[in-house]
Design a protein around this ligand. Sequence first.
Ligand code: RIB
Ligand code: CA
Length: 306
Amino acid sequence: MLLAAQEPILIDCDPGRFTDDNAAIAMLVRSGKFKIAGITVVAGNVWANEGLRNARATLNMMDVEDVPVHLGAQQPLRHTAEMAQKEKPLEFAGAFDLRRPRAEKETAVDFLIETLEKQPMTVLAIGPLTNIAQALQKKPSIAGRIKQLVIMGGAVRVPGNSNKTAEFNFWFDPEAARQVLESAIPRKVLVGLDVCNQVAYGKDVFDAIVTGKAPFRHIFREQFGYGFPGFLKDPKAKAYLWDELVAAYLIDPSVFTKSEELALSVDETFGERYGAVRIQPSGAITTVLLQVDAQRALNMYRDLLK
Ligand code: RIB
Ligand code: CA
């Protein structure tokens, strides 16, 4: 049987031990539809060196050996832990709440540039956009080599989850988010909280995964059971699909039923709106996903992870 050629993709992420980033990577690997040309890691949920270890561990659990993983930006373009401490107490400040590691050599930006210069392809950005912004700064021409950039980030017409107006990935590095949304990348697709908020799930989905056969089911149980959202501490806990919806979009875009073309920017003013999405009267266009068939998305998530 002629196997359909696997589409090459790049994944830029900020994986914890097993968070939504890892689940999204697992969905893409287990879908069998993609050849992951490489994974680049950025500071976000955790500092980038920890994220690098977590990304490698997730691939190893699935016996995936031929995917290069590169260390990316260990700091956002401007935002710092000191600045974050001046903001209103945040529920989740990601790496800013963690002890900062010693600096290491970053190879992700050069890897992104080299890979895209060899072959144009789709890029998934499921963490803060620092690596993507730095690659565009270093080699603006790679904008035309990104076939489409599918971004988990932003909150266009719904409240933020890191402050009242900003979603975490955009809040962690607002300057990078603005540069990427205003860039010349020909097709940008935004999987923001506007659709993520439509896909909540409870312990029944968690149970289906942890009682399945996936090689990562034990760490999934530990992280989603006792970490966030803590299904084994509170059986009524609720989780949302975030990065996993970017994977779902790649696997089957028809799961998303409505979108809107908008010129977007991001607020860089330090303060309450730092990282908020701004709709512009004109400018670079982003396809904002507005509606999703939540049951189809959840079925795909559960069936690919159990
Ligand atoms: O707001 C959700 C985003 O922040 C996800 O990418 C999650 O992994 C965190 O990085
Ligand atoms: Ca993420």
